[in-house]
Design a protein around this ligand. Structure first.
Ligand code: NAD
Length: 247
């Protein structure tokens, strides 16, 4: 049985990596899987691919860091589909440098997308969920948001902020039928890692109790679970999907 039949679901940054796997999983579970991504080419290509497979999907070119862009896309979706059931705040970037070398530009770019972008999307979409008395907000944090990481002051701050916002929204919106949860991935095998030397990958694997990296599908499966009725009593949770690396 399709667990997300006819749900209207937005995935930000759905053109690549974890977002793409989530978008595909949601579509395969019967949702109208809507991608909000800044990259028009990849978004259009993926939409064609999903439609060719018979899935219900849509694409909006959105910059999640720009509140006007987010508000416009939200209005268009409400006009076209009438409601929004699920929001996955997934879009994110890295601009790594140690504290002593981090520039204002690196700090601000990551805060704008990874923290303010999550705020913008949730702020724009939540009123429609509250109006319907139903909503599922899933925000992608990181194990780095729990424990910090060398060279990632900006990223760690934003990802910790995502957890704190999620817990706040769980308290504010829970009574209105809107659940907010966060997912904290560990090392996931995405395109970025394709270019990494094997010895670096081996070192990463060795740090994980399961002795392997995660796949985008590992995250997509948890997102689909949190979006489904099987997770109806889960609110304000931070679910680590990391092979046990944080232990
Ligand atoms: P990715 O780079 O493969 O994909 C990110 C997507 O976001 C891209 O399609 C990009 O075009 C889009 N995007 C970037 N800026 C945007 C903006 N301003 N507005 C709209 N779209 C924008 O990244 P990924 O590895 O799949 O990571 C996805 C999320 O998971 C991120 O939030 C990341 O921090 C988090 N995460 C990833 C890992 C990992 O190992 N890959 C681990 C922990 C957390």
């Amino acid at each position: 049985m399709s667990t997300l039949s006819n749900k209207i679901a937005i995935v930000t940054g759905g053109s690549s990596g974890l977002g793409k796997a989530t978008l595909k999983k949601f579509a395969s579970e019967g949702a109208v899987a809507i991608n909000w991504d800044i990259n028009t080419q990849r978004g259009t290509d993926l939409l064609k691919e999903l439609e060719a497979q018979g899935f219900k999907s849509d694409f909006y070119q959105v910059d999640t860091a720009d509140i006007q862009s987010v508000t416009n896309a939200t209005s268009s979706i409400i006009q076209k589909y009438g409601c929004i059931d699920i929001l996955v705040n997934n879009a994110g970037i890295t601009r790594d440098a140690t504290l002593l070398k981090m520039t204002d530009e690196q700090w601000q770019a990551v805060i704008n997308i990874n923290l303010t972008g999550v705020f913008n999307c949730t702020k724009a979409v939540a009123p429609y969920m509250v109006e319907k008395g139903y909503g599922r907000i899933i925000s992608i944090s990181s194990v780095v948001g729990l424990y910090g990481n060398f060279g990632q002051t900006n990223y760690a701050a934003a990802k910790a902020g995502v957890i704190a916002m999620t817990q706040t929204w769980a308290k504010e919106l829970g009574r209105k039928g809107v659940h907010a949860n966060a997912v904290a991935p560990g090392f996931i095998q995405t395109e970025i890692l394709d270019a990494m030397p094997e010895e670096v990958l081996a070192k990463m694997r060795s740090k994980v109790p399961l002795q392997k990296l995660g796949s985008p599908d590992d995250i997509a499966n948890v997102n689909a679970f949190l979006a489904s009725s099987a997770a109806d009593y889960i609110n304000g949770a931070v679910i680590s999907v990391d092979g046990g690396i944080t232990l």
